[in-house]
Design a protein around this ligand. Structure first.
Ligand code: ATP
Length: 398
């Protein structure tokens, strides 16, 4: 083996030596290329870290509001209620997005507008879900005829014919409370109603209202009603109202005080609006038993509607809704409705989707009874086994 010039003793050793050197050169070239790639990568990383560091070193910016846009480069801004400044607009700001009222970040030293902030009236920032007119219709609600009729009477009729109530001399209900187990169509009915009356649907979740900072909950409730008025006709849907409206207890913790403040604001807003106006409020809960009675007084949520788990007929109607556009072959939906005692509307929807998935997996374009049976087992099986385990546990340990 030739590994150096000293080992060369014959011409053949010399050839070996040359081969050895060539191999070594190739290895070194490869090493150079790898090291160059590493160097490039590290340089990129270094410049990224430098940028991050310089961003961190920047002093915090002021928040301000644009009062007037003077031209492409300058605007008048105000920092809270302080003095107004004529400032520069940084070149990277999109000009068509900056308007009087826009919330902006201002450089601390020059007061230049350096960033456009999301508007604090922006519903998505506030955590509201706003749908201009939901696409769900009454046809998409299975069963629940009685509940739907009651809801329509309480909300749709006064929205469509407020004069009727004025002539008769009674106030329509201000708010409707829907209660019942999850997944049984409370949100669905409220959306269908908004569609029917061509109203904006504004949904907010109670637990989100009280999870924010102190004082935010009450502000959000106020913003919610302001937004509803702006977008009227509109339906405010408060899901999980129990998170805001549970019975008031001793205010020992800041958290409880915050919940109470939010509830007080909600009651105040409800008391302040016209029952014949075009903003309606529907709330939903799974725990009506823990609600503060103040919420259920006349002039507040004075119509209470139970939305229970569907019975056989209800399940049959719901499964019909969810299989309306499915290509079924030899499927008896009544059998499925029979087998699914205790299932919610959401479960039945999941069963229809699962049955479709079984057909797709079998590369079929139609869905069979067998697919549905497997889907029922898949969706309800695990749930039922869990319920059985809990029941067993209760029997054994009390
Ligand atoms: P939660 O208490 O969890 O908010 P919910 O009662 O508001 O539950 P929905 O959101 O209305 O439940 O239902 C979830 C989904 O289940 C609906 O989008 C719909 O697809 C289906 N569903 C529930 N109930 C029905 C029903 N009665 N008819 C047709 N579909 C239903």
């Amino acid at each position: 083996m030739v590994s150096g010039l000293n080992d060369v003793e014959s011409p053949s050793d010399y050839d070996d030596y040359i081969t050895f050197l060539k191999r070594r050169v190739r290895q070194l070239e490869l090493q150079v290329r790898t090291l160059e790639a590493d160097k490039e990568r590290l340089e990129r990383e270094l410049s990224r870290l430098r940028m991050e560091m310089s961003r961190m070193r920047q002093p915090p910016a002021f928040a301000g509001t644009v009062i007037e846009v003077l031209d492409d480069e300058r605007a008048i801004v105000q920092n809270y209620n302080g003095p107004r400044f004529v400032v520069r607009i940084a070149p990277w700001i999109e000009r068509d997005k900056i308007k009087p009222g826009s919330r902006v970040a201002l450089d601390q030293r020059t007061m230049a507008v350096v960033e456009l902030l999301p508007s604090d009236k922006d519903p998505s920032v506030l955590g509201f879900e706003v749908i201009d007119r939901p696409r769900v219709t009454y046809r998409d609600v299975g069963g629940l005829e009685k509940q739907l009729q009651e809801l329509r009477e309480s909300v749709e009729l006064p929205l469509k014919h407020p004069d009727l109530f004025r002539k008769v001399g009674i106030d329509p209900p201000k708010g409707v409370l829907l209660y019942g187990p999850p997944g049984c169509g409370k949100t669905l009915m409220a959306k269908a109603l908004a569609n029917e009356v061509n109203a904006t649907f504004i949904k907010v979740v109670g637990s989100e209202l009280v999870r924010k900072f102190i004082g935010e909950g009450a502000r959000l409730v106020h913003e919610l009603f302001e937004l509803a008025k702006e977008k009227a006709p509109s339906i405010i849907f408060i899901d999980e109202i129990d998170a805001v409206g549970a019975k008031r207890m001793d205010e020992t913790t800041g958290g409880e005080r915050e919940v109470n403040r939010t509830l007080m604001q909600l009651l105040a807003e409800m008391d302040g609006f016209d029952p014949c106006g075009d903003v309606k409020i529907i709330a939903a809960t799974n725990r009506p038993d823990i609600l503060d009675p103040a919420l259920l007084r006349p002039g507040r949520f004075d119509r209470v509607i139970e939305v229970p788990l569907p019975n056989f007929k209800g399940r049959y109607e719901i499964i019909k809704v969810h299989t309306r556009n499915m290509n079924l072959r030899g499927v008896d939906l009544k059998v499925i409705a029979e087998m699914t005692d205790g299932a919610s509307g959401a479960d039945l929807k999941a069963i229809a989707t699962e049955a479709g998935m079984f057909a797709i997996r079998a590369r079929r374009e139609y869905v069979t009874q067998e697919d549905f049976l497997k889907a029922v087992e898949k969706v309800l099986g695990a749930e039922r086994r869990l319920a059985q385990q809990i029941a067993m546990h209760e029997v054994m340990y009390g």
